[in-house]
Design a protein. Structure first.
Length: 245
């Protein structure tokens, strides 16, 4: 996968060089580049923002630097999808992460201030698919944190990036049987810690019982914390018995 990120804070993406993503980059599984938008701002102060037409607080990101940046990064006719993080976007979900993991090339445009001049998105839509995507309903100063979240969620789904390929399938919200269940508790050594033992079933070696226990814990946790997710799962009779307890 090819990733390009355009931002006025390129240092924000130093984390892309560590952990799983760093290894994926070193292996060549991910070809990621971070671009400083100010490289396409040509005045003496490398200005990227200005006051909003129609008045109102804050500043808006100017269209010219963005237009030149996207023209330089995404040649006409190439297969890039532009992802614009914004609080007014469609929700970013595990399903969308899975769809993005199948994309050959993602370009992320990190907005700051009150946002990017709307004509940048309009112009980009004339030559590539564009998604405006939100990671949640809270206040952030810009899109950089959202891009880190999305890049991690997407690249961990790429073949070979996760150490244990199976673990993505067991994630909360992973497509398939664990469609929308929160993960239950996990344990490791020691078997007893501060007088708190590991649930015996996990030490039993009975894989059927262990799988049942884990699903029951996920069902109970989901019913307690995110009851609205329960209906999104294909429940069998054993699940319904657990939820009725
Ligand atoms: N404030 C805010 C909230 C969500 C979000 N998602 C992508 S950028 C952004 C900014």
């Amino acid at each position: 996968m090819k990733l390009d990120i355009v931002t006025i804070f390129p240092d924000y993406f130093a984390p892309l060089d560590v952990s799983l993503l760093g290894k994926a980059r070193q292996r060549g599984d991910v070809d990621a580049h971070v671009h400083d938008l100010r490289g396409w701002a040509h005045d003496r102060h490398r200005t990227v923002d200005d006051t909003p037409y129609g008045g109102g607080p804050g500043m808006v990101m100017k269209p010219e630097p963005w237009g030149e940046a996207l023209d330089a990064i995404v040649p006409p006719g190439s297969s890039a999808r532009l992802v614009v993080p914004t609080p007014s976007g469609r929700p970013f979900t595990q399903e969308l992460a899975g769809a993005y993991a199948a994309e050959p090339w993602l370009v992320f445009a990190c907005g700051r201030y009150e946002g990017i001049d709307a004509r940048v998105i309009e112009d980009a839509r004339s030559r590539m698919p564009v998604d405006e995507v939100s990671i949640g309903d809270y206040v952030l100063a810009g899109g950089e944190s959202a891009v880190l979240v999305m890049v991690e969620a997407v690249t961990r789904l790429l073949p070979g990036v996760l150490g244990n390929a199976g673990s993505a399938a067991d994630d909360s919200f992973a497509p398939g049987r664990m469609e929308a269940l929160l993960e239950g508790p996990v344990y490791t050594k020691p078997p007893d810690w501060r007088g708190r033992p590991v649930p015996p079933v996990l030490m039993s070696g009975n894989h059927g019982a262990i799988a049942r226990w884990r699903r029951d814990e996920a069902l109970r946790r989901t019913a307690a914390i995110r009851p609205e997710l329960i209906a999104r799962n294909a429940l069998d009779d054993a699940d319904r018995r657990t939820l009725s307890e």
